[in-house]
Write a protein that binds this ligand. Structure first.
Ligand SMILES: [Fe+2]
Ligand SMILES: [Fe+2]
Length: 214
């Protein structure tokens, strides 16, 4: 079991601090540099640019949610190994967040105004999953990462190949998410029933629909 010496109120305060920093873009420096890509003179059509902006807004919000989920889960992880797994994965999600933010800045577009809401709701979901036990918590990671992998592939299919910088980011993110899911499976995560998967898929569709636009 984890040796908890910090009070819950202190932990919640530091999580609130993280919420503020992430939602006000105070932490935008990744620990790992942007994935390498071949530079070119690609100029997207206005239609492609508009679509890519919306898709990268979704990916940025997805990483905001990933931060919140993993730290919500870490807050109530039962075992140190689970806590270590979650916080290490959260560090990688933070790199993803920074990479997506850089691309959003390149495109001179905006991040979703709904991010604070998605962060708060994801944090509560992550914490709730963790309270149900580490195997459920890992199961939650398995299903979330599978859904993220699927939507990343959809974006990879839609964004023009000439946009090498965006493709490099999405390809590395996809590889990392697959590894996060596999590690959670190896750690004994349970497979969720189809009904819960369907609810999670529906929530993710609502998020993507709104964030693409807002
Ligand atoms: Fe990620
Ligand atoms: Fe992940």
């Amino acid at each position: 079991m984890r040796n908890n010496t910090t009070s819950l109120s202190s932990k919640l305060l530091s999580e609130f601090d993280r919420f503020l920093k992430i939602n006000s873009h105070q932490e935008t420096i990744p620990s790992i540099a942007l994935p390498r890509y071949i530079k070119n003179n690609y100029k997207p059509s206005s239609q492609d640019l508009s679509n890519t902006k919306g898709l990268m807004r979704i990916n940025h919000t997805g990483e905001v949610c990933a931060q919140a989920l993993y730290y919500g889960q870490a807050l109530f992880a039962k075992n140190k190994s689970t806590y270590d797994y979650l916080t290490q994965a959260a560090d990688e999600e933070h790199d993803h967040l920074c990479w997506c933010y850089e691309r959003i800045t390149d495109f001179e577009t905006y991040t979703s105004i709904l991010n604070p809401f998605w962060y708060a709701s994801s944090f509560v979901m992550g914490a709730t999953a963790a309270l149900l036990g580490d195997k459920i918590s890992y199961g939650f990671v398995i299903e979330i990462e599978k859904q993220v992998e699927n939507h990343l592939q959809e974006h990879i299919d839609q964004i023009p190949q000439e946009d090498t910088k965006t493709h490099a980011i999405l390809a590395q993110m996809k590889a990392d998410e697959i590894r996060h899911g596999q590690n959670a499976r190896d750690a004994g995560g349970v497979e969720f029933p189809d009904s819960i998967k369907a609810v999670m898929t529906a929530m993710s569709k609502v998020m993507k629909f709104l964030v693409y636009r807002l």
